[in-house]
Each structure stands twice: as C-alpha cells, then as structure tokens.
Design a binder for this molecule. Structure first.
Ligand code: URA
Length: 432
C-alpha cells in the first residue's frame, strides 16, 4: 500500500477499507507518512467526505493509537461530556461539580482554546496554581477520592487525534463532519466513561454554521458510537450569541462560581440542565428533566456543588480562596465600555465577533505555542432580545498590554458585533 494511492483514491471519492484507514493513521504516527501527505488526504476528505463505515474505522484507529482508561473498579457509571467548541461555553466548569455533588463520578478530559473557541483547561489555569496536567494515576485517584477530575488530554490517549487535529487546524480541514466526529468520539471512547453526552454547537461561534449541519453531525456521532458499541447522547445547541455573560478565562471562571452560588443567566442554566438531564438518566438517577432540575437546584441551593468545585481546586493544587475573593484572579487593568448609539432591542450579538474581540485583547491564541492573558476578555451587559436605551453599555472590554492597532481593531469589531432593532425581538431558541 502507498499513501499516494490512497490520496488518489479519496480524491476520486472511492471508499477506503478498514486496512487502508489503519495504514494511513499508523503510517502517520510512525513517521512513514509525512505531514504533506496527510494534509492532502485530509483535504480530499473535506471535498469527497467519508462514509459512515470509514468514519467508524477512523474513529477506532484514533482510539487504537493510544491507551483506553478503565474505571470498572471505581464505579459502575462514570460520566463525561464534550462540546464541539464555542464562545463563553463554561458548561464543564459548572456541570462537573454539580454531577459529582449528586454522586456521579465524573472524568473530564478537556482541551485548550484554539482559533476562536475557548478551552476549559485555559480557563481553569486562570485559578492561581491550578494544575491540569494530571498523570493517569493522579486522574484515577482523584476520581476515586473526590469523584471528579478535570485534566488536560493525556498524550497517551488518542495521540493520532492530537497530531491530526494540530494539522487540521493549520490546513483549513477542521470543519468536516466525519473528521470532527472521529476526533471527538475517539477521545470519549478512550476516556473510558460509561455515559457520554455531547453538546453539538452550531452558529456564528461554532465550527458548524447551521442547525442542519449540527443535526447531521449529531446523527453521525450517534451512529459511529453504535458501530463501535458505545451509546452516545447528543444535545444540539445554538452558538449564535455567546453562552452566558463573560468571555475570557478568569472572567468565565468567575461567572461559573457565581452560577454555583445561585446567580446565573438563563442560557447557561438551560444548556447545563439539558446535559445534566441526559447524564442523570444514563446513570439511573433521574427519570426526566423535571427530576434533574430539582436535583440541580438543590445542589446549588445547599452549597454542595460549590463545595465540590472547591474540592476540585484543592485536589488540583489551586487556591480555593478565589471562590470568595475574585481579586485573586488576574483581571485586565484597563476597561473600555461599548455603548449603544440608539435605543430599542438587541436583535443580534455575534458570538464570532465577540470571540475575535476577546482574542485580540489577549484571551486567545493563534498558535498552540502562543501565551494568553488570563485577565483579558469581554463582559456582556445585554443579550439578544434585551431592551436597551441609547448610551447604555452593551459590553465591557478588559485588557492589559495590547498594542494600539489590535486594540482599535477589537473596539471596531465589538461595536459591529451587535445590532439594535426598534421592534421587540423574541429570545432565540437555544436547545434543539
Ligand atoms: N473538538 C474536537 O475535539 N475535535 C474537533 O475536531 C472539533 C472540536
């Protein structure tokens, strides 16, 4: 077999066998297939697509490239969730402690932000001294003792996805549904969880732009799970406007702590509840959403969810005092207010624009090696359908040392990120 023949085959839209997919992935991992050949194959996939069987072979090949975690001697049910990426998406930060406080063992492997999307690991590292790089033993022990751990993706789990994801990011081959499916589902299979709930996002601040594409991806993920004997549940949610009010690393952790103290916005609450419901049903702890809602509200009200978040911080070496003292976080020293030029109702708030603005302020990175400013970001004061008067603040930009060109660009993008309508606008549908 030769890589060049397989690239030609996919270029012509011919279906690969399992052996051919394994040859490509193994060859890429052992160095006999070069970056430029894998890039050409990925681009051919973007144009010709992969069949359901090819997607399942690719997913299994990613899983087989590393180890698979096993929790069978710790708990019968172990939960995991994954989002396909969004803006202001801090659901993991609130869902993981809520689940653990309700008795669900939660093993969460998360990533860093890349491109315009944020990453849970960057957010957690804004807590002073918080450690995300847990060894396999540390991860397993913490799940045993605290019932929840949030760790960065170990290099031993699905290393083929890690290497190919980095290549996709710089070759414009991220947004193919089969490639996204194999990347996400392989990680979830390797992470060993028994309950896997995925949040497939669509809209301006997501990789997939339409609801139809999100539905196709959701169906493909469920089908791939079935072909590989893994039950997968999916929630489809809109990422047209950012989730919650804060965008940026420290700012998002603060919003999450506020959530766990009982102060939350409706959209973050609703997405969290949707994912919680599916997980609790999978684990036999709830029958429906009304059950799950009661349990979630109680865990917030009695402080057990917040206490679990504190336990996570302590277990992972962070400073738990941040929970009651937000000044321990790095927050941008400078603030610019973006105001409405006319009154009415917010009719549009682009998640993509807000994400680019936050990134220009220092909250995100262009390349994996770039450093980020934990304190940079955006706080939204208004969301779609809110009424607004002329001169009201729509959002605040927080930043430290940003060069003037970048700052000017960030302010221009922020000013153009929203629209005001004279006619009342309904709250957009969030979950499908
Ligand atoms: N998240 C992933 O882990 N992989 C993708 O391909 C896209 C989003």
């Amino acid at each position: 077999m030769r890589a060049v023949d397989l690239i030609e085959k996919k270029k012509q839209g011919i279906e690969h066998t399992k052996e051919e997919i394994n040859f490509l992935i193994n060859g890429y991992m052992n160095g006999s297939i070069e970056d430029y050949q894998m890039s050409a194959w990925l681009m051919a996939v973007c144009f010709q697509g992969l069949s359901d069987s090819e997607t399942a072979y690719l997913t299994q090949s990613f899983v087989d490239s590393g180890e698979v975690l096993d929790f069978s001697d710790i708990a019968v049910h172990v939960a995991d969730k994954h989002s396909t990426g969004g803006v202001g998406d801090k659901v993991t930060l609130v869902l993981a402690p809520i689940l653990a406080s309700l008795g669900v063992y939660t093993a969460k492997l998360s990533g860093r932000g890349l491109g315009f999307t944020g990453g849970t690991i960057d957010k957690l590292e804004s807590i002073p001294n918080f450690r995300c790089e847990l060894s396999k033993d540390e991860f397993l022990n913490q799940i045993k003792n605290v019932h929840v751990a949030i760790s960065s993706q170990s290099p031993n789990l699905t290393p083929a996805d890690g290497k190919i994801y980095a290549l996709r990011d710089v070759t414009a081959t991220v947004d193919n549904k089969s490639l996204i499916c194999a990347s996400v589902v392989s990680k979830k299979i390797a992470s060993g969880a028994t309950s896997i709930v995925l949040d497939v996002k669509f809209g301006s601040g997501a990789f997939l732009k339409t609801k139809e594409e999100a539905r196709e991806l959701a169906e493909l993920m469920i089908k791939t799970g079935k072909l590989l004997n893994k039950k997968i549940d999916v929630v489809i949610s809109s990422m047209e406007q950012p989730l919650g009010y804060n965008i940026g690393n420290s700012l998002e952790v603060i919003e999450s702590i506020e959530f766990l103290k009982g102060f939350y916005g409706e959209d973050l609450y609703d997405v969290t509840l949707a994912l919680l419901t599916k997980t609790l049903i999978n684990c036999g702890l709830a029958y429906d959403m009304s059950d799950a809602k009661k349990m979630m509200d109680e865990a917030i009200k009695n402080g057990s969810a917040l206490n679990k978040f504190k336990e996570i911080i302590i277990a992972q070496g962070g400073n738990p005092d941040v929970i009651n003292n937000y000044s321990l976080f790095e927050i941008g020293k400078n603030k610019i207010e973006i105001k409405a030029l006319e009154g009415g109702y917010i009719s549009k708030l682009s998640a993509l624009d807000v994400a680019y603005c936050a990134k220009l302020l220092g909250a995100g990175r262009d390349k994996k090696s770039d450093s980020i400013d934990f304190g940079a970001g955006v706080i939204l004061k208004k969301k779609v359908s809110d009424s607004i008067n002329q001169g009201d603040v729509v959002m605040e930009l927080y930043f430290n040392d940003v060069n003037q060109n970048k700052l000017d660009e960030a302010v221009t993008i922020a000013r153009n990120s929203f629209k005001v309508s004279k006619i009342k606008v309904e709250k957009p549908v969030l979950i499908f």
